[in-house]
Design a protein around this ligand. Structure first.
Ligand code: CA
Ligand code: CA
Length: 243
């Protein structure tokens, strides 16, 4: 009997070790970039998914990764299902096409412009922008699909008909597949990867997923901003006293 218990224990141990090892290394990038490499984490919970966005602009490519922790829905919990769009909302600043803020996330550098004319099918993405030099980002809507970043140091790409943001997903840490679901319909589970890359001229369902990312840095609070902020507070204080 003792031997049997030990055998069962050792089998369980092997399964646990194998499971843990594959959790660490499961990535569409192999060991080139895993969850361990992500520095910017948002949310709380036992499950984790990764967000990867790639911008190709001005001859350069910027590919960034963020992490999102959450609890999965299930018969054993009270938690609601969590979708791809919930991860985007938790991380980025949400705008509509009229440049109005509709949601706020943890990373003030990432901007997500939602394509609200397609809301009957759930949310879809019109544009992604990023405050590359961390001195602020503004979205300048265009006439058609030619909105830009107000700061030339930043990146912003938008489109729907003339190229679009294609959604690439990995559910098992293997290579990305083109998502058959929209971002509001894809329910996130542990170890999922959500990748975004602008299609360019590639047609629907083709093109390529984002390449190997770098970790989005945890948001730094520049000393200059802190000084400026306290100086401003001081000035307001002086002005109030004078009044
Ligand atoms: Ca900027
Ligand atoms: Ca700038």
């Amino acid at each position: 009997m003792k031997k049997l218990i030990m055998l069962i224990c050792s089998i369980c141990f092997c399964i646990a070790v194998t499971g843990a090892a594959s959790t660490v290394l499961a990535s569409p990038y192999g060991s080139g970039f895993t969850f361990d490499d992500i520095d910017f984490w948002v949310g709380e919970g036992e499950s984790q998914s990764a967000l990867v966005i790639e911008w190709e602009q001005g001859g350069g490519t910027l590919t960034l990764a963020w992490g999102y922790s959450f609890n999965e829905a299930g018969w054993w919990t009270d938690d609601d299902p969590v979708y791809g769009v919930d991860m985007l909302r938790a991380i980025g600043q949400g705008l509509n096409k009229n440049n109005e803020i509709i949601s706020t996330g943890a990373d003030p550098r990432l901007y997500v412009v939602y394509n609200q004319t397609h809301s009957s099918l759930g949310e879809s993405i019109y544009g992604f922008g990023y405050d590359v030099d961390n001195d602020g980002f503004t979205y300048v809507p265009g006439e058609g699909e030619d909105g830009t970043a107000g700061d030339p140091d930043d990146v912003y790409i938008e489109g729907w008909y003339s190229g679009y943001w294609s959604y690439w997903v990995s559910d098992d840490g293997g290579s990305y597949d083109y998502s058959g679901l929209g971002v509001s319909s894809r329910e996130l589970k542990d170890d999922f990867w959500d990748g975004w890359r602008f299609s360019g001229s590639a047609g629907y369902g083709s093109g390529s997923p984002p390449g190997i990312p770098v970790a989005a840095a945890p948001v730094p609070i520049p000393g200059a901003v802190l000084l400026f902020g306290s100086g401003l507070a001081g000035l307001i204080g002086i002005k109030r006293r004078r009044q």
